[in-house]
Design a protein around this ligand. Structure first.
Ligand SMILES: Cc1cc2nc3c(=O)[nH]c(=O)nc-3n(C[C@H](O)[C@H](O)[C@H](O)COP(=O)(O)OP(=O)(O)OC[C@H]3O[C@@H](n4cnc5c(N)ncnc54)[C@H](O)[C@@H]3O)c2cc1C
Length: 468
């Protein structure tokens, strides 16, 4: 599964030199001191050698870079936070459009809106919005980019109360395949605005988002409870029942994992399989103990580290568990309900988990996510109550193919028709992209692609192929 390709770039030296000279940011090329650092992405499974990495400083650089890729016929990889699991944000012999220098953030505490450039991570955004006691649904790992995450929909700890990240986008600025700058909102280019919220990076480069914000924290009751793996059946069934009665302020997940060597877990459990139930209560702190209690008494708790944490700190709490550079493959399946047959698949699969790094997550959706009409955004899996995410990992390429096969086996055991989530899909597959959208949504996405990117310049993504 490791993808390594090298080869000579097809772009002329003079063209590249002229391009680099015109950038306000920097162009990093093979042989440059920073080249190896800048070409790497979070997922160590993708080792690619771009012809140029354009580190854009602003919209003008983005337009220049899109124009270069289009006019030279080069493959174009768009990079926000660099957390693409299939490695879409790097490319051999092509152009990487890197937004990581574009981190401008402006919070308006009165209107409760924030404008954030496409290179921000959730750590960047949370820091600015929490200064004013505000937040919008963000990723569970704070180094994830807001751009890739939000264009795919964006699920996180606040979603049951405030919806997906995409549900909170009120406007987005986009550079399209023909290098045009377009401001989109419900009033301006509403079709494109619809597609950017769930359709991934298919339609252009989002240079900035405007999000609606909500009062959150500063402390949220959040944490994890660890149960022994031999209580999996009781914990999973109890979890599904507790979710049915959970208030919207509470978002939870189950992580079937291996106990890390952390001080709050008894030494005897380190390296043993455990079932962790994590959650974030974003309502009134006093009411949080009662609301989280059903999730904290699902079995014989090995440890319960729920506590009031600053929201921004909770957003970063899981970061050390998902370090950069490992070989990663994710695979997902939405579940309409956590029925017995699906829970049985998860339990049986976990018994055969291939290594201590590999995990099965079961995350509760619903709440505000389900209240948005399914045709309001391109993210249409509103009637699915849960999502399973298989996080399959190895430290290096050794044994990686085996964990990938295992992960594929879990989702196929859940059912061939199980819809997938583009953000958690570890490979580029036409069939998986189709399975990520209901037929009407997919048809609408193809129409949009025909209009805004008929030559498929933006094809390094969970690709909606144009039919034109
Ligand atoms: C450790 C980890 C934790 C995660 N947790 C969550 C989670 O809690 N919830 C969730 O929903 N997802 C989660 N994800 C999935 C994540 O949302 C996707 O991988 C997402 O694509 C990452 O965005 P990025 O900007 O960091 O990635 P990049 O690799 O920079 O980009 C990925 C793709 O997104 C598109 N893209 C990036 N920037 C732009 C832009 N400015 N304009 C248009 N398109 C763009 C492009 O198609 C690009 O190829 C997680 C991923 C990882 C690796």
């Amino acid at each position: 599964m490791t993808t390594t390709q090298t080869g000579s770039a097809r772009i002329g030296e003079a063209t590249l030199a002229e391009f680099a000279a015109g950038l306000r940011g920097t162009a990093v090329r093979p042989g440059d001191q920073d080249y190896d650092r800048e070409r790497s992405i979070w997922n160590g499974a993708h080792d690619r050698h771009p012809a140029v990495i354009a580190r854009c400083a602003g919209v003008a650089d983005v337009i220049r870079t899109v124009d270069l890729a289009r006019s030279e016929g080069l493959p174009l990889a768009v990079r926000g936070g660099g957390h693409s699991i299939p490695g879409f944000s790097t490319v051999d012999d092509g152009v990487v459009l890197d937004l990581s220098l574009m981190k401008g953030i402006q919070v308006n505490p009165e209107s409760r809106r924030v404008t954030a450039q496409g290179g921000c991570t959730w750590k960047d955004l949370d820091a600015e919005t929490q200064q004013f006691g505000l937040a919008v649904t963000g990723g569970l790992v704070s180094s994830t980019g807001i751009a890739g995450y939000t264009t795919g929909g964006g699920i996180g700890w606040l979603m049951r109360k405030y919806g997906l990240a995409a549900d909170n986008v009120v406007a987005a600025d986009v550079v399209t395949a023909d290098g045009l700058f377009v401001h989109t909102s419900a009033e301006e280019h509403p079709d494109l605005f619809w597609g950017l919220r769930g359709g991934g990076g298919n339609f252009g480069v989002v240079t900035s988002f405007e999000f609606e914000l909500h009062e959150v924290g500063p402390a949220v009751l959040s944490g994890l409870v660890f149960y022994p793996a031999d209580e999996a059946e009781q914990v999973l069934r109890g979890y599904a029942a507790a979710c049915a009665a959970a208030p919207d302020e509470l978002t939870t997940l189950v992580n079937m994992t291996t106990a890390p060597p952390v001080p709050f877990l008894p030494e005897g459990t380190h390296g043993k399989p455990v079932i962790a139930v994590g959650g974030c209560w974003s309502g009134d702190l006093d009411a949080g103990e009662a609301a989280t209690a059903p999730f904290r008494s699902l079995g014989t708790a090995i440890a319960d580290v729920f506590a009031p944490n600053p929201y921004a700190a909770w957003q970063q709490a899981l970061d050390p568990l998902y370090p950069r550079g490992l070989h990663n493959y994710f695979r997902s399946a939405f579940l309409r309900t956590a029925d017995d047959a699906s829970l049985r698949v998860l339990m049986d699969s976990f018994v055969n988990v291939p290594n201590a790094l590999t995990e099965i997550h079961l995350q509760h959706l619903g709440g505000a996510v389900a209240r948005v009409p399914s045709d309001a955004t391109a993210f249409a899996a509103r009637d699915q109550e849960f999502i399973v995410n298989i996080v399959a990992r190895t430290p290096t390429a050794e044994g990686f193919a085996d964990v990938v096969e295992w992960a594929r086996g879990v989702t196929s055991a859940l059912g061939r028709d199980a819809a997938t989530f583009v953000n958690f899909t570890g490979e580029a597959s036409v069939a998986l992209v189709r399975a990520s959208y209901p037929p009407d949504t997919y048809r609408r996405l193809v129409e949009l692609k025909n209009e805004y990117d008929p030559t498929n310049l933006f094809r390094l993504n969970q690709n909606i192929a144009p039919s034109a």
